[in-house]
Design a protein around this ligand. Sequence first.
Ligand code: UDP
Ligand code: MG
Length: 325
Amino acid sequence: MAKAVSVPPVFSIVVPVFNEAEALQEFIQRVSAVMNNLGESWELVLVDDGSRDASADLILKAAEKDAHVRPVLFARNFGHQIAVTAGMDYARGQAIVIIDADLQDPPEVIPELIAKWREGYEVVYAVRRQREGESFFKRFTASAFYRLINRITAIEIPLDTGDFRLIDRRVVDVLNQMREHHRFLRGMSAWVGFRQVGVPYDRAARFAGETNYTLGRMIRLALTAITGFSFFPLQLATYLGFIAAGLAILAIPVVVALRLMGSAAFFGQASTLIAVLFFGGAQLISLGILGEYIGRLYDEVRGRPLYIVRQGPDDAPVRRRKAAK
Ligand code: UDP
Ligand code: MG
């Protein structure tokens, strides 16, 4: 059977979905209302990141009812950044909007992003003016994190931005070629350059459920960002080594002189123990930092696929595939 030739839509909305069954219907409704108002063609790429609730079924049902929906179902949970990556791979639009499914990023902001895109900007990122329903701890760690990144890396990531943004097709094509396994999309999209601009918005509270970004996941993402864009941690060992060696050169003559003069300073096990423990610790930390980089290097070298799709938008539905046998 010949396939119908489909014209690529102007806009693609890319959505990572993990256990969002409670919010999904409301989300699709609000996005549809906004997009239908624009009078241009659009598609909704819903990537199910191995949800353990009814999200995958809801996505398939939505696709059956609504031709705008392009379902991508992962074989298991691969994580937020990878889900967004898959969405960008499957998106066909001229401009791609990345937005969360939990309605923290209001779909009503999308037309503002599009307006900036029409002005000629290739990356339009949404800047959080205010964050509802997020703890002081989360806001504090987030702001400390961005300051650290901007300090120690060559790229400049705008403060208070997330992955909610519009990206032009040209930039998406570049990003899609960057197949690194440990992905920090905000950093990658700053790294590629192009004309970028921010649009302020108020981040809402989650529609339902709880954040999937636990402290552990946030630390892992921070490590990915730092190791992905900076050698600074590796250089720390060098700096520390020079400082320690410098101190030793200054301290050795002092200690020897004091000893010759019969002073009891620096005698005994305590001072030895402190020095050994300090440098033992420093060396183990340096080894650990090396390990972080080597582990990531190993992941890249193995060259496994970034994600595994259980069912893509162009696959025949599972039911029909069975009947055809
Ligand atoms: N998400 C995902 N895979 C995961 C975790 C999260 O696709 O392993 C999705 C989630 O459904 C949501 C978005 O990524 O659409 C952001 O996640 P979350 O709301 O938990 O993060 P937060 O907004 O608290 O940073
Ligand atoms: Mg959220």
